[in-house]
Design a protein around this ligand. Structure first.
Ligand SMILES: Cc1cc2nc3c(=O)[nH]c(=O)nc-3n(C[C@H](O)[C@H](O)[C@H](O)COP(=O)(O)O)c2cc1C
Length: 214
């Protein structure tokens, strides 16, 4: 039995990243029919930004939280539960203004909780999500950042994703890019086709947690 969490963040109905997360989920399910899928569509149900009440609640020890503080953390708790339960996490991430969409940033802010998904000690930060989860981050963008005129230093999307996922303890991360979406229909389609091929191969070969545990 697998648990797949899909997090989509494109506001566009004809979205490249949405089509690719759906494609990967279908490929994966064809190989692993016993997969339970949960989808979080961050544009239907946009997560709120963290507030002062949220911050105070999250830094109050659980046993001392008031009912109002428990309520303030309810969505954050639910999103973290989804992450804890998932063994395959699929992120659909369009590039917006060189970074990730604001809704996905809000999601990261809610799942990044001291004492729950990360901790600090004299040895530095430690991600607290259990090891072995596979993350497939499917990024779509108008330009291209690993060659050509746009410098890699202007890519605040993939480096941010990699850093945050690792900070939370998610180290098994594969990034698949459908870039060049602004370079005309033919080039854009080639890039999507390329991503589709990589996603098929990934669905076929990605180690399952069962295989990892064996
Ligand atoms: C609001 C907005 C901002 C964007 N900013 C960038 C950008 O900074 N760099 C880039 O290469 N493409 C940018 N794009 C292009 C998108 O990344 C591209 O269209 C991608 O396919 C969007 O993913 P989606 O099809 O899943 O929505 C932007 C698009 C939108 C709608």
């Amino acid at each position: 039995m697998h648990n797949m969490l899909i997090v989509n963040s494109s506001p566009r109905s004809n979205s490249v990243s949405r089509r690719l997360t759906a494609y990967f989920a279908d490929e994966w399910k064809a190989k692993h029919p016993d997969t339970r899928v949960i989808e979080r569509d961050l544009t239907v149900d946009s997560p709120p930004f963290v507030s002062e009440a949220w911050i105070q609640a999250s830094y109050t020890p659980p046993a001392q939280r008031t009912p109002a503080q428990q309520q303030a953390l309810q969505l954050s708790d639910a999103l973290i539960e989804e992450l804890m339960a998932a063994d395959v996490i699929v992120l659909g991430v369009p590039m917006h203004n060189f970074s990730i969409p604001a809704s996905l940033k809000a999601w990261f802010d809610l799942v990044t909780r001291a004492g729950k998904t990360f901790s600090y000690s004299d040895k530095g930060p430690k991600g607290l999500l259990p090891a072995g989860k596979q993350v497939v981050a499917i990024v779509s963008r108008g330009g291209v950042f690993d060659e050509g005129p746009a410098p890699a230093s202007s890519d605040f999307q993939v480096p941010y994703l990699r850093h945050m996922l690792s900070f939370l303890g998610l180290e098994e991360v594969t990034v698949i890019a459908a870039d060049r979406q602004g370079f005309g229909a033919e080039v854009a389609q080639q890039s999507v086709d390329n991503a589709v091929q990589k996603l098929s191969a990934l669905a076929a070969h990605l180690p399952s947690t069962a295989a990892l545990a064996a």
